[in-house]
Structures are given as structure tokens and as C-alpha cells.
Write a protein that binds this ligand. Structure first.
Ligand code: PGA
Ligand code: ZN
Length: 418
């Protein structure tokens, strides 16, 4: 007899992400019900991220995922069939062992992530509880909270055709509820669109990969000033902070940081940030330096009274986070499950960071799908923050809309956390 939570089959297939590249959708069937998950994909990926397995060759510009899909259907499925789907740690342990490499390069982190997340959802469905409730039950340490959204309303770097060096200009609303934060984000976004249209013409409202505008400007301060103007014009002057993701590894060439027409040393860049922080309400800077420069991250964390978030430097990897904690680099962790390849490892990363009082910002990828998994993940692990792009494009809104639903279920909002 098949038990309710017993895994009876896995089915993986190719679907497409928001950039039109192949990705994986996996369904896990259990005795009573099923669960599916789709995997996102980054563009400004960290050097130490787990490996996304791509087919290479001509088809889909080498981005096909048929090998990763075959790994799920032929190698992973036979090992998981018969297991209890509620045993997330055991399932992920098998994935890690089957892969046997330090960076998931054999099976592909896209394959392991798809399976890991689909199992989690199948377990929640079979238990007939919300996904975040199930994620919370994997470890009982967390109090459910709806996180503060960080809206990426101007896209630069490798995410758009604009000349801005900084990859993301985000708006972090300062409100008492998530619904109100959405209102602020949406109104500022539309006001900014109107302003850009008037100033630069209609094409300035074209959007980048994460739904933010990609105007024809090239200076960091210009983008910041435009956003602040939109904040004021929309009547939300005291209701928003700014946040930047510099994704500095992308602008680091031959020992210098190329930004705003200058080639700066790490020291010069630090001074540049110092001035920005003095002049504008910036509360967070993500990846301010090259991903290997723990020392410079630590210097900035110590010197400035703002949040310093580690993305490419940590890649959701406990070893790198441990090192960061030791040398006091950053005070917040950007959490992306597919950077490490299993839910259990991502949760371990979050726990380690939380134990050292690092804040957690759960994150989407620039290549996304309509899967809202990270909304439940953020709530389930009690993360203070989430970034899911602009309030534009359905793959971005899928996460924000899910958080609206969770708030309506009665989960309280983190609110402002300073
Ligand atoms: P990515 O960008 O998904 O392209 O890596 C997101 C980020 O850098 O935070
Ligand atoms: Zn980043």
C-alpha cells in the first residue's frame, strides 16, 4: 500500500524563464497529492555559485537543460522513490551525495534545486498546509513574518541596456503593513515612469530584466536623484529608503572599479559610497566590492552605519558565510537557493547568518519564473527583507502578490527594522 507522504514518482521537463531561456520544472508525486517547482537563473552570478548544468552546443545558444532533466528522471528519481517527502534533510542529503562534487557540477544545481523545492511543496500540499507553514516546521526556530519588499525600480549593470554601472536601484518602503509598502512601491514606480517619459521620451520607460526602468543616464547620482524626486512627487517623502546592489564583481577589471566614467581603487570606491550615504537616504548597499575582497567588505561594514549585504561574496554557502562572520564582513545575507542547490543548505546558511545577527534578504534571480516559492521561504524562515524586482512583470509580482495573500492570512509585517 502506498503511504500518503511516500514519493511515488518524479517528472522533470523543460520550461522557459523570463529571459526566454530554458529552465526546469519538476513535479514530485506522492501518495496523496503532488508539488511542482520551477528554477530561476542569474546573470550576474557569483564565481563560487553552484553550477547550473547547461547542454552547450548550438540549440538554445547552449542553454538547453536536457542533461539536467535526464539527471532528475534517470539518476535522482530512482533514489527518492519510496522516501517520505517530509524528510527534506534526508532528501537533500541524497541529492548532495548523488552529486558528490563541491559545487553540484555533476547533476547540476538547477536539477537539485528543482527537486529539492518540488519535494518541499509536495510535502506542504500532502499535509494540506501553506508552504510557509511547512517550511517553518522543517525547523521550529522561526516566527513567521512578512518581509519588507525592496523594489528594484531602475535597472543597470548586466540587467539592462542602460549605461549605469550600479546594477540595482531599489526602493525600500517604510510603512506599517506590506499592503501599504506595495502602495508606496507602485506609486513611486509609476511617478518615476511619468517623469522619465517627460524628460527623455517614451523609450526611457523601457524596462530591464527585473522590471525596473532603464533610462538613458549613466551616473549613479542621477538615478538616485530621479528616484527621490519621484518619491517626493508621489507624496511618499518620509516613507522610503534607498538601497543599491552594486554587483561590484561585474565592474571590477584589472584591479579597478569602473563606475561613473572613473576607474576607482577600493579606497576610492569606499569614499564614493561614503559621500552617497551622507547625501542620500541609502540604508543598504549589496556587493559593494569584488566577491573575493572580504577585507574591504569588513572595512565598510565597520566604517559605515548602514546595512552591507553579501550576495556574490557569500553565494548562500555556509563556508563562505562562516569566513565572513569571522572577519566581520557584511551584516546581512542575500539568500538564493539556487546558488547552493538545495533547500536544506540554504536554510543552514540562513540559520548561521541569523545566529550572528545578520539580517536576511531572500532574493529572486534576474531570470525568473512565475513560481512564488521565495515568498513563502522568506516568511517561513522569518527573513526581514525580500527583493523581487520592480512592481512590474508577472514573474516579479507573483512573489509580491503571494506576500499580500500571506499578510491577509494574518501573518504580521516586519515593519521598519532599524
Ligand atoms: P542575478 O542578479 O540573478 O543576475 O545574479 C541578482 C543579484 O545580483 O542580486
Ligand atoms: Zn546581487
Amino acid at each position: 500500500m502506498v503511504r500518503k507522504y511516500e514519493i511515488i514518482g518524479l517528472d522533470a521537463r523543460q520550461v522557459f524563464d523570463s529571459r526566454g531561456n530554458p529552465t526546469i520544472e519538476c513535479t514530485v508525486n506522492v501518495g496523496k497529492g503532488a508539488g511542482s517547482a520551477r528554477v530561476p537563473s542569474g546573470a550576474s552570478t557569483g564565481k563560487h555559485e553552484a553550477i547550473e548544468l547547461r547542454d552547450g552546443g548550438k540549440e538554445y545558444n547552449g542553454k538547453g537543460v536536457s542533461k539536467a532533466i535526464a539527471n532528475i528522471n534517470k539518476i535522482i528519481a530512482p533514489q527518492l522513490i519510496g522516501m517520505d517527502v517530509r524528510g527534506q534533510e534526508e532528501i537533500d542529503k541524497i541529492l548532495i551525495e548523488l552529486d558528490g562534487t563541491p559545487n553540484k557540477s555533476r547533476l547540476g544545481a538547477n536539477a537539485t534545486t528543482a527537486v529539492s523545492l518540488a519535494c518541499c511543496r509536495a510535502a506542504a500540499n500532502a499535509k494540506q498546509i501553506g508552504l510557509y507553514h511547512h517550511i517553518g516546521s522543517i525547523s521550529h526556530e522561526w516566527e513567521f513574518k512578512v518581509p519588507v519588499p525592496f523594489f528594484n525600480i531602475i535597472n543597470g549593470g548586466v540587467h539592462s541596456g542602460s549605461k549605469l554601472a550600479v546594477q540595482e536601484f531599489m526602493l525600500a518602503p517604510k510603512t506599517k503593513s506590506f499592503a501599504k509598502a506595495m502602495e508606496v512601491g507602485v506609486e513611486v514606480y509609476h511617478e518615476l515612469g511619468e517623469m522619465l517619459k517627460k524628460k527623455y521620451g517614451k523609450s526611457a520607460t523601457n524596462v530591464g530584466d527585473e522590471g525596473g526602468f532603464a533610462p538613458p543616464i549613466s551616473k549613479t547620482e542621477e538615478a538616485i536623484k530621479l528616484i527621490l524626486k519621484a518619491v517626493k512627487a508621489s507624496g511618499h517623502e518620509d516613507e522610503a529608503y534607498l538601497s543599491l546592489d552594486v554587483a561590484a564583481s561585474e565592474i571590477f577589471k584589472k584591479g579597478k572599479y569602473h563606475i561613473d566614467g572613473k576607474a576607482l581603487s577600493a579606497d576610492g570606491l569606499l569614499k564614493f559610497y561614503e559621500k552617497l550615504i551622507q547625501n542620500y537616504p541609502i540604508m543598504n548597499i549589496e556587493d559593494p566590492f569584488y566577491e573575493e575582497d572580504f577585507k574591504e567588505f569588513a572595512k565598510m561594514t565597520d566604517a559605515m552605519d548602514i546595512q552591507v549585504t553579501g550576495d556574490d561574496i557569500f553565494v548562500t554557502n555556509v563556508e563562505r558565510i562562516k569566513h565572513g562572520i569571522q572577519v566581520r564582513a557584511c551584516n546581512a545575507l542575500l539568500l538564493k537557493v539556487n546558488q547552493i542547490g538545495t533547500l536544506t543548505e540554504a536554510i543552514q546558511a540562513a540559520k548561521m547568518a541569523q545566529q550572528s545577527d545578520y539580517r536576511i534578504m531572500v532574493s529572486h534571480r534576474s531570470g525568473e519564473t512565475s513560481d512564488p516559492f521565495i515568498a513563502d521561504l522568506a516568511v517561513g524562515i522569518g527573513a526581514e527583507q525580500i527583493k523581487s524586482g520592480a512592481p512590474c512583470r508577472s514573474e516579479r509580482l507573483a512573489k509580491y502578490n503571494r506576500l499580500l495573500e500571506i499578510e491577509r492570512e494574518g501573518v504580521s509585517y516586519v515593519g521598519w527594522f532599524q
